[in-house]
Design a protein around this ligand. Structure first.
Ligand SMILES: C[S@@+](CC[C@H](N)C(=O)[O-])C[C@H]1O[C@@H](n2cnc3c(N)ncnc32)[C@H](O)[C@@H]1O
Length: 349
């Protein structure tokens, strides 16, 4: 398996870039991203047929290049640790984030290679390039060599979410996307949510990493993230609650069928990650009323593991799913339109 690609990149005979991550792809992606900012869209699949739907009136940026009269917007990009961010209380409509997946990618170490060159070119007094290294004690990843443990990760995530939760308006969502093959990584995410007093009102399986990615190539790893939707108050459909492996298998049959309708072929790795996401959501739901945030981190993580295992284990649900036929596509809400009936029977939290 190669470790580094040709940094300038290659093109196919038809002009399209080969692979990803090289200069030719980055410049192309950047152009597409800028185009998306002025005309954002959603993509819908009908079988294999893909259609693009523009979000009329929406745009991303401070100024719209084609709408000089539009009111300017404010964008604030900072190169800093989120553990220290100061935000005004109850000032945010939503938080959308993509935290590190525990120890899966060593961002600081990987970026060091580019950083030394960038700093040499731009100068160490260039804003954001003052540090001599990309290694940082606040980096929220697991790293055996730097002795960053699961406790460091869980406490750091909780510190970030605490700042975000205080800044959210009542009932507003904190959303984050996440996946891992190990249960302990989900325990850390659950601790962060519980410590800040939120609950998880939805966990949505969502195709994420591309199957061809060199991070996961040839490993039966998941390409499905769970999007965790967390709030301090609101309601959740009763149909999404479960308290044993059979209830979880019922929900998962439906969710796997929806992914198949969207053209995915969920692997065993995907199935395990979806199960971990749903078990984490229900463990948070059950633990929240009695949560003791002053417990030591190790005790909190162990309590979450016990609660997750008491609900269902991933092996139990995989065994149950093996014996079932995949759900018929017509039972999926994607084909029949979202079934709003399940939202009329909701449980408040
Ligand atoms: C899963 S990646 C997000 C990738 C991003 N969504 C993208 O498409 O490029 C997690 C990111 O969190 C950053 N990170 C790690 N610790 C952090 C901290 N304390 N504060 C802010 N960001 C941090 C990592 O450097 C990494 O860029």
């Amino acid at each position: 398996m190669q470790v580094e690609s040709n940094f300038l990149g290659l093109r196919n005979p038809n002009g399209s870039p080969v692979g990803s991550g090289a200069w030719v792809n980055i410049t192309e992606k950047y152009t597409k991203a800028k185009r998306y900012c002025t005309a954002p869209f959603e993509v819908l699949f009908n079988g294999k047929k893909k259609t693009t739907h523009y979000v009329v009136g929406e745009w991303i940026g401070e100024k719209h290049p084609e709408l000089p009269g539009a009111a300017p917007r404010e964008i604030d990009i900072r190169c800093a640790s989120s553990t220290n961010i100061d935000l005004a209380p109850q000032s945010l409509d939503g938080v959308f984030t993509d935290p590190p997946y525990f120890g899966m990618v060593q961002y600081g170490e990987l970026m060091h290679f580019c950083y030394v060159w960038l700093r040499k070119l731009m100068g160490g007094d260039f804003p954001g390039l003052e540090p001599t290294t990309t290694r940082h004690v606040d980096e929220l990843t697991g790293n055996d060599t730097a002795e960053r443990t699961i406790e460091h990760f869980a406490e750091g995530l909780a510190a970030v979410y605490k700042r975000m939760a205080t800044a959210l308006k009542p009932g507003a969502p904190l959303l984050f996307t996440y996946h891992h093959n190990k249960q302990e990584a989900y325990q850390a995410a659950a601790m962060a949510i519980l410590d800040v007093g939120l609950t998880c009102s939805a966990s949505l399986p969502c195709p994420a990493e591309m199957g061809g990615s060199i991070h996961i190539h040839g490993t039966a790893s998941s390409i499905v993230d769970t999007v965790f939707v967390c709030r301090d108050s609101g309601a959740t459909p009763r149909a999404w609650l479960f308290d044993n492996a059979a209830g979880l298998a019922r929900l998962m049959t439906h969710e796997l069928a929806e992914l198949r309708v969207a053209g995915m072929k969920p692997t065993i790795g995907d199935t395990r990650c979806i199960a971990f996401g749903l078990i984490t959501r229900m463990a948070i739901w059950g633990l929240r009323p009695e949560w003791i945030w002053s417990w030591p981190t190790a005790k909190k993580l162990a309590t979450i593991r016990a609660a997750m295992n008491a609900l269902a284990t991933v092996d139990e649900v995989c065994a149950l799913l093996q014996g079932t036929k995949p759900a018929a596509p017509e039972s999926c809400s994607m084909l029949s339109g979202i079934d709003h009936r399940i939202f009329t029977d909701a449980v408040a939290f």
